[in-house]
Design a protein around this ligand. Sequence first.
Ligand code: KG4
Ligand code: ZN
Length: 391
Amino acid sequence: MNILSIETSCDETAISILNALGDFPDAKYEILGNALFSQIDIHREYGGVFPAMAKREHIVTLVPMLKKALGEASLEKSYHPELEDDKTAHIHKMLEREPGLADQLLDYQKENGTPPISLICVTAGPGLEPALWVGVNFAKALATIWNVPVVAVNHMEGHILASVFDGTRIAPVKFPALSLLISGGHTELIKFDDWNQYQRIGQTKDDAVGEAFDKVARILGLPYPGGPEISKLAAGAREAGLKTDKALPRPMIDSGDLDFSFSGLKTAVLYRVKDLELSDDEKMMMAREFEDAATEVLLKKTAKAVATHNIQSLILGGGVTANSFLRKTFTEFFSKEHPEVTLHIPEPKLSTDNSIMIALAGHSRKNEAMTPEESLSIKAEGNRSLTEESL
Ligand code: KG4
Ligand code: ZN
């Protein structure tokens, strides 16, 4: 089956087309088309993502991404039905909160026709609600025009699947499995005994670790998003042998539970640099110490969860897994201390938000697909929870 997936939860507008041969998790996948537009350059100017601006960008970018993905998949201009008039009016109504999108989509449909797609998967949460709604409404409109079922996908389940995807197949996962999800909005430990069955055994009590990276970067005067910037400076400090002798705190490292806290770490950096003009070397040392502290806490809690719950597969997911120091630290630690555990880390281009992971998560829940009529009830949910999605 050909799957079309849509991701608009934050500042990436992405559409992919995957062909799936067989059932999840044994299917063989082929990426037929993959279109992603990052809004980072637009948001950088403002030092972060404003939901209303992200929404506006998704509205103007979705049809170009659809065209690009279908073009790459050679699925453009496949079949030309005339759209019934009442459907046209219906589409305008469905996209009334996305000014201009209905016209763009209907014009494209007129020229292109209906492609052979048998499932639409769309991120319904968690994320920025105004941004999520654009993707959700677009999915409903496509489903109506093409008469194709829709699956509402949890973005975090997408991050888990991105990590075990090798480009064609889902890697074999032994259960119980543990996922450490680290992104701009999440820091959590999720245990599961089978696919689609999730239990949260630890989480941050305040900021997510990606958020802490972004905030510390801002304190140091670095551009948004801060994760990659901190990572570059920290790597430079390690290479040059620069290390501060004033350690930052490792919040909650010995708390005995599996929870995290990153807001105190960010505040510690703020106090450390307050009213000071840091030299380049001092910035590098601070970035290194922050990255060391964050990675150490994540590693220690994850190792504790692995040992306590007899974990067989460890799956790292979310944008912060793009961090090369964290990848190296986890790889070295688990191969030495827990060689029995299989460690899965997403390939760097699947670490951050993308729509391939949404296609995989949607395919794993093919049995939850809704008819175009039923899909009208799908809501964007900013706080959509993974543990409430268990089958
Ligand atoms: O998963 P993601 O792309 O979007 C969310 O769902 O939040 O994660 C984005 C987060 C941002 O906070 C960003 O700074 C962080 O991932 N990030 C990194 C790196 N690349 C992205 N953090 C540390 N090191 C990196 N190399
Ligand atoms: Zn994400």
